[in-house]
Ligand binder design. Structure first.
Ligand code: DX5
Ligand code: ZN
Length: 222
């Protein structure tokens, strides 16, 4: 069985206190930090890029036995271009969008050649079948549950058949859902078979993030 992985999205953090807030999420039981990189072109928003990831990696150095994993969600038009920089900055996983590249197979190889884990995301309008030829070479598939670009949107439950389909075909694959996840929507995602849960607004507005993270984890474990 795949294990539950809870990944707070730092897009929902107050960026003036980013370092502290990242520590707080790991201290509250987060497994990964989900880092949304947006270029204002693939999506209609700009967020953060390699210099901030470099600073965060200095603040949160890799340490045996401690969660320090940086899950980089690349919402950019030229995903090939940023692989070396994300590797250098201290990313651990590079999730590109299927819609953003002409050659996903070559891109997966490029990502792995740079020592990063490789993941592929699909937007809500993209058929899940595009992932089949890639799945065996991926460390994770990301099924978007909102249109990428902004935090705080409503979870699209109608994406769950994609997750069910992937889970039935690939029992060992990490399947991530991203957008609108929290207490009210975790059951749908967990029942469909998602095991990697991105939660931005819900984690960063929770009065007690550790409680929420435990709850999300327990639903995936069930
Ligand atoms: C949206 C981003 C998400 C976003 C999730 O484009 O990919 O990671 O931060 O935020 P919430 O959990 O607030 O929907
Ligand atoms: Zn994301």
């Amino acid at each position: 069985m795949v294990k539950p992985i809870i990944a707070p999205s730092i897009l929902a953090s107050d960026f003036a206190h980013l370092g502290c807030n990242c520590h707080k999420m790991y201290d509250s039981g987060a497994d990964w930090l989900h880092i949304d990189v947006m270029d204002g072109h693939f999506v209609p928003n700009i967020s953060l890029g390699p210099p901030i990831i470099t600073s965060l990696r200095k603040e949160i150095p890799r340490e045996e036995g401690k969660p320090t994993f940086f899950d980089c969600h690349m919402m950019v038009s030229e995903p090939e271009k940023w692989v070396p920089e994300i590797a250098k900055a201290g990313g651990d996983q590079y999730t590109f969008h299927y819609e953003s590249t002409k050659d996903p197979v070559a891109l997966v190889k490029l990502i792995k050649d740079h020592g990063l884990k490789a993941a592929c995301a699909i937007k809500p309008g993209t058929d899940v079948g595009v992932l089949y030829p890639l799945a065996e070479s991926l460390d994770m598939a990301l099924v978007m549950t909102v249109e990428p670009g902004f935090g705080g949107q409503k979870f699209m439950k109608d994406m769950m058949p994609k997750v069910e389909d992937l889970r039935s075909k690939y029992p060992q694959l990490n399947i991530q859902v991203d957008g609108g996840l929290g207490e009210a929507t975790i059951d749908d995602a967990a029942n469909a078979g998602a095991n990697v849960i991105v939660a931005g607004t819900s984690c960063f507005t929770a009065p007690d993030p550790s409680k929420l993270i435990s709850l999300l984890r327990s639903k995936v474990e069930d």
